[in-house]
Design a protein around this ligand. Structure first.
Ligand code: F6P
Length: 328
């Protein structure tokens, strides 16, 4: 490809997600394919501020497609949101001759990319977060692995809850986003699912659902709570204890959901997105986010992507409520 781009740098930022390594690898391999240099920026936007940059070699990226975490490390950078931090980052780009950056992360990462775009540094974002809460794309790298991890854990929990005829309150990640909780809740056949995006009527949405399940002959109940919903799992358990006299057990799945070997879906999506991002920079595109919509890969302006509103449900709310709980 005929392009003025000689050197592309890649970074991972924000909460890590399984499949980020596959995306980094794909960026490297695409650069090799186009005959250009690939640099790794370590520790997210902080690394760009502090010049933590190194030319990637084949041994840096070999055998990482199957590894969780990120070999480039990750961070959330407050300094990058200041003008001073951004100017230092621009100086690093000049020093290393960086013609474009591929930034892998969530909406915080894309806000950083937007800030950098003001200084004329082209950035292409790749959505990587287990939350799947980037409005412009139907999928974010890491979601599938995290969902399957949570499902496997909750299936195990169900075994012991069933034996002891207990109520389980299980918290999955998602401070501001309930997509993971909702998806996992459907997949495990939860009695109730609580997400931060919805107003909760505790009596109706939890107490009555457990009561109905009991009346239908069930003696164990699985309540899935997103981290940011209803003040968290302990508060939910307390209210169940007060409302029904049950003795629920709380399990916080926590950061375990962010680790582990990525699923095939995450590896392949990450690989496609990594290649797409490099190609976009080579074609002179700037300040775009790589998105998947109905199976197609495309790119959208970063600012536009950040301003879009995500709908929570792959199903409508009515179907979700019909698919969870024990009404039969
Ligand atoms: O954005 C990914 C995420 O895992 C959220 O689901 C969660 O609320 C948050 O990051 C946790 O962040 P930290 O790694 O700072 O604990």
């Amino acid at each position: 490809m005929n392009s003025a781009v000689k050197r592309i740098a890649v970074l991972t930022s924000g909460g890590d997600a399984p499949g980020m390594n596959a995306a980094v690898r794909a960026v490297y391999r695409a650069c090799v394919n186009f005959g250009i240099d690939c640099l790794g920026i370590y520790r997210g936007w902080n690394g760009l501020i502090n010049s933590e940059v190194k030319r990637l070699e084949s041994h840096d990226i070999s055998h990482i497609i199957n590894r969780g975490g990120t070999v480039l490390y990750s961070a959330r950078s407050k300094e990058f949101m200041t003008e001073e931090g951004q100017k230092k980052a621009v100086a690093t780009c000049k020093l290393f001759g960086i013609d474009g950056i591929v930034a892998i992360g969530g909406d915080g990462t894309f806000r950083g990319a937007l800030a950098l775009s003001k200084y004329g540094i082209p950035v292409i974002g790749i959505p990587g977060t287990i939350d799947n809460d980037i409005s412009s794309t139907g999928y974010t790298i890491g979601f599938d692995t995290a969902a399957n991890t949570a499902i496997e854990c909750i299936d195990k929990l169900r075994d012991t809850m069933q034996s002891h005829e207990r109520c389980s309150v299980v918290e999955v990640m998602g401070r501001n986003a309930g997509y993971l909780a909702m998806y996992v809740g459907i997949a495990v056949g939860a009695t109730a699912v609580l997400v931060p995006e919805e107003d909760i009527d505790f009596e109706q949405d939890v107490i009555e659902k457990i009561r109905n399940a009991r009346l239908n002959g069930f003696t164990h109940y699985m309540i899935v709570v997103a981290e940011g919903a209803a003040n968290g799992a302990y508060e939910v358990a307390k209210k169940i204890r007060e409302g029904l006299g049950l003795d629920p057990r709380v399990t916080i799945l926590g950061h375990i959901q962010r680790g582990g070997s990525p699923t095939a879906r995450d590896r392949v999506t990450a690989t496609r997105m990594g290649y797409y991002a490099v190609k976009a920079l080579m074609e002179g595109k700037a300040n775009r986010v790589v998105c998947v919509q109905s199976g197609d890969m495309l790119d959208i302006d970063i600012e536009e992507a950040l301003n879009m509103t995500k709908t929570l449900y792959p199903l409508d709310a009515e179907t979700l409520h019909a698919m969870t709980g024990s009404n039969h």
